[in-house]
Ligand binder design. Structure first.
Ligand code: C2E
Ligand code: MG
Ligand code: MG
Length: 711
């Protein structure tokens, strides 16, 4: 662990600084005390000396004054014996070093001894001069001596003097003893004080350590634990990221508890966000993101393991129609039921390692990973599952008390055959699914490399379709429409044809889809409308007084949604001079019911101009008969899938019959599409169908041929 100047280090440093300051203060105190001690000693010594000196001086001066008075007479009479007695008496007193009696010249008369060896000698010591010269009492101090000199007077005449030397050594010794006693006491005092200081320092140190420990235990440690826990949260480990449970009734306790509460709520939010990010809200299945992660993970484990997997892309056929015709609630319900069916099938066939996700909209993706050890083959399992799904999802679904028939197109791609990367696999699955749609829907297709080319062709097709009208590759074919009651020709449906210079005739089911999806239809549509109207105007001259023929033009949902349809129709009619009654517009249920309010308003607007609006491919959507009441149309075209079966399937016949009856009750004309056989035509006539078209009556033909037919 690398060192960090953290909270604890800071406290230690602070503590150390405080201790150092205290230590320095103590040292200063200690040295001050030493100096004070020696000062006290000096002052004491001086005081003692001054007091001792003063006392000695007073005593000495008193004594010498008395002596000088006693000596006056003996000296006057020069009685040496008497002087000697007095001198000796004084000399014998303790602490007297010498007694000198001298004459006015300073010559010694007596020194207190028996023989007086110094008799007549002149005093020549250091203090003699002063003593001789001064006519009053004089006290002088020497090294270890106090010299007191007093004149000896007879009346006012000075006849000599006396000097007594007091020995100061004893006194000094006493003084020294007293001072040294004082010093030992002061030292003792100092030592005791030092001990206290040491104890105080130790106490302070102990206090510091205790504080550090307390800080560590109650502040630093919880903060560290919090930091660790916060780090864990950062890493996403919410379970391990718990701060210690604390019963402490202080701010840190509050903090720890608040932290744990926060952690719980963050963890909950994280779980929710994860769940939201990884699951589809409607079906609770995994979403695209979650699936992609699963796929990446599986692919990572795959490599070199000789394992296989298959991806199935399932898309509900024409699901948009459910939303458009029954509403989004019904759409959601359908998706939920589909999801449940897929779940069941995957559980049954896909094996334990299968994964299922909804990619948004009506697209479901399934990952199957067969147990290759057990001899299962990815292709085999995938096709079994796809078959089951197509069969199961083809069963009718009951939504809002209505039965809905839907199919599913499934694209399958295999790892490692088709691709090794997740991106390519997903793209392949999509392409294969698209191919299943192209192949007629409600089936499944395995991806093949040729499909890539098909997709490319589609892009190419769109590109080529862009200039096709101007290059004259597009033309209109007309399929005659007859009145059933008297077999009279009443009009024709305009159907777009594309003669491609290389690929020959391309089916409208292919290129109309491309035009619709690329938006090209918004350019093509008006061109078709204009051309059809022009052609219809041309037919008039062949009619010779008979009822004019109508032309019926198909409109794509996109054209209806673009909004300017009434204006376009009006301007085309004005430009070509075609009577509005002679124009029929064919719209699919999907287009009309996508936005019912808008469509109704627009259809009403169109119809007021005299143009007729027909519902094309009626019966394939889900609008049902009741919708006819709400949508203002002039006619319905029964889809050729019903007409094809009316001879065999009683249900289709019943439905066709019902449509005709219902339409008539609402004053709506009925057209039957795809009449190929005489029997169908007979049956339709029996059921009172108004108009009919089909290969039996006439194929779609170029305008030139249609012209011939008219003549
Ligand atoms: P639709 O409007 O339902 O047109 C009728 C289709 O049925 C035409 O196919 C026609 O050739 C075909 N048909 C007619 N009689 C019979 C029959 O007896 N048996 C069979 N099996 N089929 C018959 P086509 O021409 O391939 O058109 C397909 C669809 O393309 C049309 O269906 C229409 O929805 C669309 N379409 C065609 N031309 C245009 C156009 O100019 N604009 C738009 N928006 N769509 C168009
Ligand atoms: Mg049509
Ligand atoms: Mg049709």
């Amino acid at each position: 662990m690398n060192f960090r100047y953290g909270l604890q280090a800071r406290f230690v440093a602070l503590m150390a600084v405080a201790l150092l300051v205290v230590l320095a203060l103590m040292l200063l105190l200690w040295s001050r005390q030493g100096r004070m001690q020696s000062e006290v000693e000096n002052v004491t010594r001086e005081g003692i000396e001054r007091i001792a000196n003063a006392t000695l001086r007073r005593q000495g001066e008193g004594m010498v004054t008395q002596l000088s008075e006693s000596l006056a007479n003996p000296l006057y009479y020069f009685d040496l014996d008497a002087i000697g007695v007095l001198g000796r008496a004084t000399l014998n007193q303790p602490g007297i070093r010498y007694v000198l009696v001298y004459d006015t010249e300073g010559n010694i008369v007596h020194d207190g001894s028996e023989e007086i060896p110094s008799y007549g000698k002149r005093m020549d010591d250091a203090m003699a001069g002063q003593a001789i010269a001064t006519p009053q009492l004089l006290t002088q101090f020497g090294e270890d001596l106090m010299d007191v000199a007093a004149p000896i007077m007879i009346g006012n005449e000075r006849i000599g003097g006396v000097r007594v030397g007091f020995d100061l050594r004893g006194l000094r010794n006493d003084q020294d003893a007293a001072v040294s006693d004082l010093r030992t006491r002061l030292d003792e005092l100092g030592r005791r004080q030092l001990l206290w200081v040491a104890l105080l320092s130790a106490g302070l140190l102990g206090l510091g350590v205790l504080m550090l420990w307390l800080i560590q235990r109650f502040l630093v440690r919880p903060i560290r634990q919090l930091a660790d826990a916060a780090h864990s949260i950062e890493m996403g480990h919410f379970e391990t990221a718990r701060a210690p449970v604390s019963t402490r009734n202080d701010e840190v306790g509050d903090l720890l508890r608040a932290f744990n509460r926060m952690n719980t709520s963050v963890a909950r939010h994280d779980r929710e966000i994860r769940r939201m990010a990884y699951t589809d809200a409607l079906t609770s299945l995994a979403n695209r993101l979650a699936f992609r992660e699963t796929l990446d993970q599986r692919l990572l484990q795959m490599h070199g393991a000789g394992r296989q997997l298959a991806l199935l892309f399932a898309d509900i056929d024409d699901f948009k129609r459910v939303n458009d015709t029954l509403g989004h609630d019904a759409g959601d319900e359908v998706l939920l039921q589909f999801a449940q069916r897929i779940r069941d099938a995957v559980k049954r066939i896909g094996g334990p390692d299968a994964a299922l996700a909804r990619f948004g909209g009506d697209e479901f993706v399934i990952l199957v990973e067969p147990d290759t050890q057990a001899g299962h083959d990815a292709r085999h399992v995938a096709s079994r599952l796809a078959e089951a799904l197509v069969a199961e999802l083809g069963q009718p679904i009951t939504v809002h008390d209505r039965q809905v028939f839907l199919g599913t197109s499934i694209g399958i791609t295999l790892f490692p055959e088709d691709a090794s990367g997740a991106n390519s696999l997903m793209k392949n699955g999509d392409i294969a699914m698209y191919q299943a749609k192209v192949a007629g829907k409600n089936c499944y297709r395995f991806y093949s490399r040729a499909m890539d080319q098909a997709v490319e062709r589609r892009v190419h097709l769109e590109h080529e379709l862009r200039g096709a009208w101007d290059r004259g590759e597009l033309s209109l074919a007309y399929q005659p429409v007859f009145r059933v009651s008297d077999n009279a020709l009443v009009g024709a449906e305009a159907l777009l044809r594309w003669r491609h210079p290389e690929h020959g005739t391309i089916a409208p089911s292919v290129f109309i889809d491309v035009a619709e999806q690329s938006g090209l239809i918004e350019v093509l549509g008006p061109q078709v409308l204009r051309a059809a109207c022009e052609d219809a105007v041309g037919w008039e001259k062949h009619r010779g007084g008979r009822d004019p023929l109508f032309v019926s033009v198909n409109l794509s949902p996109r054209q209806l949604r673009s909004g300017d349809l009434p204006q376009l129709v009006a301007s085309v009619l004005r430009d070509t001079g075609l009577h509005p009654r002679q124009l029929h517009l064919e719209l699919t249920e999907t287009a009309v019911l996508g936005d019912e309010a808008l469509a109704s308003a627009m259809l009403s607007q169109l119809r007021t101009t005299g143009v007729q609006v027909w519902l094309d491919d009626f019966g394939t959507g889900f609008s049902g008969l009741s919708h006819l009441r709400r949508v203002p149309v002039d006619g319905v075209k029964i889809d050729r899938s019903f007409v094809a079966d009316i001879l065999r399937d009683p249900d289709d016949l019943a439905l066709t019959t019902a449509i005709i009856a219902m339409a008539h009750s609402l004053g709506i004309i009925v057209v039957a599409e795809g009449v190929e056989r005489e029997g169908q035509y007979q049956l339709l006539r029996d059921r009172d169908c108004d108009l009919a078209q089909g290969y039996l009556l006439g194929h779609p033909m170029p305008v030139s041929e249609f012209d011939k037919l008219l003549r």
